[in-house]
Design a protein around this ligand. Structure first.
Ligand code: NAP
Length: 372
């Protein structure tokens, strides 16, 4: 039980734990959530109704979620004087699974992105003219014989065998668990051989070492091996994959890729299914699963009850699957699919469909629940 200074643990609910690396999910897990800024509250109000309805319908009252609001972003700054109180990080660490709405990134305020902090990903960068940048430039010139213009900003791109293999292990395991057909390593290894190229090589190594009976590589298939019952592991250069997902969409399934490629690719792929309002996200590490929409706060629509809650709702589907609550995940997916098939959609999808009925955020949630 964390020692909070501003938060109070919920009166009901039990923390999720880990035993021997596996998640142990009680019937009434505490799940911390961050409502988010801008359109976050509209989206959360709609999404949480969908989640609760799905759990109720799937498990007939045997399971319930003890939602635990934890502060971050503008609301936290207003109420607690801090953008990201330490208690929030403590709650997420203690409860192992959390879900968040979008958070504003204050521009130029000297504070690190809350989203990045919450995902615990740290970029290594120094601004032009700082002593650190000058020192690296001087080191590269004197020790490594590499000349860099003195007015350069510096970023370091480390790529480790440990991190690459961990990512690939998660990707292949995800494909196994979710009965996917292909895992594609996406990289820029033709140019960045010792980072992105090494990522590709380590990815293949891991797949062959740890999933030998479940996978077959593209080279092996070319040499005559059968794909039958196996997950195909292949690789593509990042630029080519952007046209491949448009021209040969059905050939791809799971991508394993470093952060920046994935950032671009996920928004491009979201456009193929209607836009950012339909693109869920998950940050899954060895200990914690942290689920979030891929879009931002879309501030011009804040408080208007019009924004598409689909991304957060689908992030919840990923969360349910992570918890092992597939029955609830299936119900939400069915509800969403039927609602969209009936052309009952929010403004963003309505403008791309003929004969659509445009619904408010809250009405869309009602329709999804009705269609479960
Ligand atoms: P954004 O909030 O993602 O919005 C850009 C556009 O994408 C919107 O104007 C809207 O397009 C569409 N869109 C986004 N979410 C949608 C949804 N749920 N339903 C339907 N359409 C949606 O990006 P931004 O305006 O660049 O960023 C605003 C703030 O969010 C910034 O402070 C940024 O740093 C932050 N941000 C946070 C996260 C995060 O929390 N993970 C991610 C990205 C950005 P139309 O106007 O064409 O309908």
């Amino acid at each position: 039980m964390p020692n909070f200074s501003i938060l109070k643990s919920p009166a009901t609910g039990t923390a999720i734990t880990r035993k021997g690396g596996r998640l142990v999910v009680p019937d009434n897990p505490i799940i911390p959530y961050i409502e988010g800024d801008g359109t976050g509250p509209d989206i959360w109000r709609a999404s949480v109704r969908v989640f609760d309805a799905a759990v109720d319908k799937a498990f007939g009252g045997k399971k319930t979620i003890a939602w635990f609001e934890v502060p971050a972003g503008e609301k936290a700054k207003e109420q607690h004087g801090e953008w990201l109180p330490n208690d929030t990080l403590e709650a997420v660490r203690a409860d192992k699974v959390a879900i968040k709405g979008p958070l504003t990134t204050p521009v130029g305020g000297g504070i690190r992105s809350l989203n990045v902090t919450l995902r615990q990903v740290a970029g290594i960068e120094w601004a032009r003219g700082t002593p650190q940048a000058e020192r690296v430039i001087e080191f590269l010139a004197s020790e490594m014989g590499k000349r860099i213009r003195p007015d350069s900003g510096i970023g370091i791109k480390p790529m480790s065998e440990f991190g690459s293999k961990r990512l690939m292990r998660m990707a292949v395991q995800y494909a196994v668990d979710n009965k996917r057909k292909t895992v594609t390593l996406v990289h820029k290894g033709n140019i960045m051989k010792f980072t992105e190229g090494a990522f590709r090589d380590w990815g293949y190594e891991l797949a062959k070492a740890e999933f030998r009976d479940k996978i077959v590589t593209e080279d092996e298939v070319t040499a005559g091996a059968s794909r039958e019952g196996k997950i195909l592991v292949n690789d593509r250069i990042a630029d080519s994959v952007f046209q491949q997902i448009l021209t040969r969409t059905a050939d791809y399934d799971v991508f394993a890729t470093p952060n920046l490629n994935g950032d671009y690719l996920s928004d491009a792929a979201a456009a193929q299914v209607g836009g950012l309002g339909m693109a869920p996200g998950a940050n899954i590490g060895d200990d914690i699963g942290f689920f979030e929409a891929t879009h931002g706060t879309a501030p011009k629509y804040a408080g208007k009850d019009v924004i598409n809650p689909g991304s957060v709702i689908l992030s919840g589907v990923m969360m349910f699957r992570y918890l092992g609550w597939g029955e609830a995940a299936d119900l939400v997916e069915t509800g969403l699919e039927k609602t969209i098939a009936q052309k009952k959609v929010t403004y963003d999808l309505a403008r791309q469909m003929e004969g659509a009925t445009e619904l408010k955020t809250s009405q869309f949630a009602d329709a999804v629940i009705g269609n479960m």
